[in-house]
Design a protein around this ligand. Sequence first.
Ligand code: PMP
Ligand code: GLN
Length: 389
Amino acid sequence: MVKQANDVLSTFGTTIFEVMSKLAMEHKAINLGQGFPDEDGPADIRQMAAKGLMDGPNQYPPMMGTPSLRRAVADSNHRFYGIAVEPNSGVLVTSGATEALADCLMALINPGDEVVLLEPLYDCYLPLVLRAGGIPKFVRLDPPHWELNEDRLRSAFSSKTKLVLLNNPMNPTGKVFNLQELELLADVIIEHDAYAVCDEVYEHIVFGNLCHIPLVTLPGMGDRTVRIGSAGKTFSLTGWKVGYITGADELIAKISKAHQFVTFTTPPALQNAVAFGLNKDDLFYEDLQTSMQSKRDFFRNGLQSIGFETADCDGTYFLNADISSIGYEGTDEEFCRMITTEAGVAALPVSAFYASEGAKTNFVRFCFCKREDVLQQAISKLDKFFTNK
Ligand code: PMP
Ligand code: GLN
């Protein structure tokens, strides 16, 4: 007889990303479930990493990150948003945004603190908040427009609110928060003297004339907000797991207390290659945006031609489709299993991203960061399946 494992983590099943990717593999379905590009990022960045692995150094780099990456992260904060970040004390390199999130939550939350989470939410948020002893307070956003409702937001706050975890641009919704919404968030956060942890891994994947506005740039937010980025999304290298946190020196010092005991460092060859990537010229970032936008447009047109209504999508890798709009009456989860096993295309049920009671949706999330021929094949398979039904 062995003692029970941790009570919080043992209540969670296997993450939906793993479950649906496994099902997609078993049925040889096109995997539009888990979010990852099917083309690796720039060859020159990968070449830099390969050279770094061969030439070294390959021993522990400094705990806060290699000097070249810390400098590049600080420079890109200034270049894209005019944010002044101190490379030696305001940047912390982590093993992916996931480690960054874990570090921030472990470092800031005391048991009993309330944490405001916007639903639908990315899979690791809730387990990490609960494991740190935080009490989640949910603010629900609904498809198809994902508006932030002021009353819902205000009623999630109390004198016990320690922090808000904001994902902008937002997975799985594809929402990009506008200035008014960010101003509202900033007001409420300041009123409650709370922190903001901003997961901005899709900062460079925003469409049309919209631009990404980091919450930290709003008046009064500088000392209470940290911003998380990830090379995985910016350079289409999701397996690399190189992330970075930026913020005021005092906040970064607090968060590094967690990082030093979680991973301590991240492979130096990957860090230096990411530094090279961050310094790429504007054309690289414009190409990323236009290529992702044309994939979204292509896939959205395809879904609409089958008869699906789609939710708003202004950024990220994800587009959500309304399954009731084609007359489907089952649950979003049943729908995803059906199209994976019978139509040969995998998607994710959006209700898997809601944690509060009774949160069911008629929406499924498709990941569109794939080659156009792959998206075309997926559309053809779905079209054939639903036309013959
Ligand atoms: N946050 C969000 C919103 C994500 O979609 C992801 C998925 N990649 C992550 C964090 C994790 O990023 P990383 O792979 O850098 O850990
Ligand atoms: N971020 C990716 C998504 O939302 C998946 C990452 C993961 O599998 N943990 O699909």
